[in-house]
Design a protein around this ligand. Structure first.
Ligand SMILES: C[S@@+](CC[C@H](N)C(=O)[O-])C[C@H]1O[C@@H](n2cnc3c(N)ncnc32)[C@H](O)[C@@H]1O
Length: 342
C-alpha cells in the first residue's frame, strides 16, 4: 500500500508576480529560490541511506559513489522525474522498464528515503534518487542531450509571491531542460492548477526548442501509475491536465554550449580522471565550470550565461580549469521548510 501525501487544493487563483519573476530570472545564476538554500550549506539533513544504496547528494556523497552514479547515468536510456513525492509513479514506471535508467529528485528527505526503501524492497536496480534541489544538480550531473523523458508531475505552484522563485517552470530552468533533453525527447507535465497549466503551456510552446503539446504522446505513458496528487484529485473530482511537449527532433545545442564542451574537451588533461565525465563540465544557465574538484571549492565565482555568451573561447593551453560555482545567501528560504501547496 502506498501512503498518501497530505494535499490541499490551494487558494485557486494562480498569480505570477512579474517583478518577482523578473528578479528570480535575473538572479537564477545565484541560486535564487533553491529549496533549502545553498546545497553546500543545507543544514539539518540527516545522513543518506548508507552507500552503495542508490541515493546521493552532490555535496555529501563520496567520490566513489558519485562515480557509480556517473556510470549508471551513462549506461541506459535515461528518464528523470522532478518532485517524486512518495514515488508512486517512478517506482512503478521503473519496475515496468527494467531496460531503462531512472533518476528521481524529491527535496523532502523523508519522502526520498521512503522511495529508496521501497525501491530496495522491490529489488529495483535501475533507479537512483536524491533530495537535492533538481535545479541545482541537473546541469552539474548530466550531459546535454542525454535525457529521453522528463516527468514533472503536479509541480508545486508556490502560491505566495515571496515563494515564486521556487517554481520549477521559469525560463532559465526550461532552457536547462531543453538542453538536457535529446532531440525528440519528451517533457511530460501534469498539473491541477489551471493558471499554472496555462502558464506552463505558454512558456514551453514559445520556447524555440519545443513543439506544441502533442496529446498523441499520451499513449506511450498509458500504463503509468497515478501519482499521489493525481489520486487525490481523482478522489475529490478535481480536474487536471497532462501535457506532452516534444523537443524538436532537429533542435541542436546552443552554440555557446557546444563551444564550451569543445573547449573543455581540449583543455582536459589526458592523464587525469578528474575532468572526465558529466561532472567535468557544468554548462548551466548561469554557471559554468570545468573540473570535478570545483564542486568543493568555496572560492568559486558565479558567471552569468550572458557572460558566457560574450566570453572569448579560451585557447586549449594552459589547462587551468575554470572554477565557478553557485552562491546562495537567502537565509529566509533556507530556513523555511513549508510547502507552497498548503
Ligand atoms: C505537489 S508535490 C507532487 C508530488 C508528486 N509528483 C505527486 O504528483 O503526487 C511536488 C513535489 O515536488 C517536490 N519538489 C518541489 N520542487 C522541487 C525541486 N526543485 N527539486 C526536487 N523536488 C522538488 C516537493 O517536495 C513535492 O514533494
Amino acid at each position: 500500500m502506498t501512503q498518501r501525501l497530505p494535499f490541499r487544493v490551494g487558494p485557486g487563483e494562480f498569480h505570477t508576480d512579474e517583478a518577482r519573476l523578473a528578479e528570480a530570472v535575473r538572479r537564477y545564476h545565484e541560486g535564487k529560490g533553491l529549496i533549502g538554500g545553498d546545497p553546500k550549506r543545507r543544514p539539518h539533513r540527516p545522513p543518506l541511506p548508507p552507500e552503495p544504496a542508490p541515493a546521493f547528494r552532490l555535496f555529501g556523497s563520496s567520490a566513489e559513489h558519485l562515480e557509480r552514479l556517473e556510470a549508471f547515468l551513462a549506461a541506459a536510456p535515461l528518464e528523470v522525474e522532478i518532485g517524486s513525492g512518495g514515488g508512486e509513479f517512478i517506482l512503478d514506471w521503473a519496475a515496468r522498464h527494467p531496460e531503462r535508467h531512472f533518476l528521481a529528485f524529491e527535496v523532502k528527505w523523508k519522502a526520498m528515503r521512503r522511495i529508496v526503501e521501497r525501491a530496495q524492497r522491490l529489488g529495483l536496480t535501475n533507479l537512483w534518487v536524491s533530495d537535492d534541489d533538481a535545479r541545482y544538480d541537473l546541469p552539474r550531473l548530466l550531459w546535454p542531450a542525454s535525457v529521453e523523458v522528463f516527468h514533472i508531475l503536479f509541480p508545486d505552484p508556490w502560491w505566495k509571491p515571496k515563494h515564486q522563485p521556487r517554481r520549477i517552470f521559469v525560463p532559465p530552468f526550461l532552457d536547462v531542460l531543453a538542453i538536457l533533453l535529446k532531440p525528440g525527447g519528451v517533457l511530460r507535465v501534469a498539473t491541477d492548477v489551471p493558471g499554472y497549466a496555462d502558464y506552463i503551456r505558454d512558456l514551453v510552446e514559445n520556447h524555440p526548442d519545443f513543439q506544441t503539446h502533442n496529446p498523441a504522446l499520451a499513449a506511450r505513458f498509458a500504463s503509468a501509475a497515478a501519482t499521489a496528487r493525481q489520486a487525490f484529485c481523482d478522489e475529490i473530482d478535481r480536474p487536471y491536465a497532462y501535457f506532452y511537449f516534444q523537443k524538436s527532433p532537429t533542435a541542436g545545442l546552443p552554440a555557446p554550449i557546444r563551444m564550451k564542451i569543445a573547449c573543455a574537451d581540449q583543455r582536459r588533461p589526458k592523464e587525469t580522471k578528474i575532468d572526465d565525465g558529466p561532472f567535468g563540465l557544468c554548462w548551466s544557465y548561469g554557471l559554468c565550470w570545468s573540473g570535478r574538484s570545483s564542486r568543493h571549492d568555496p572560492s568559486d565565482q558565479p558567471r552569468t550565461l550572458d557572460a558566457i555568451y560574450k566570453a572569448e573561447i579560451p585557447s586549449p593551453a594552459p589547462p587551468t580549469p575554470m572554477k565557478m560555482t553557485m552562491r546562495r545567501q537567502d537565509e529566509e528560504l533556507m530556513n523555511d521548510p513549508s510547502s507552497s501547496i498548503e
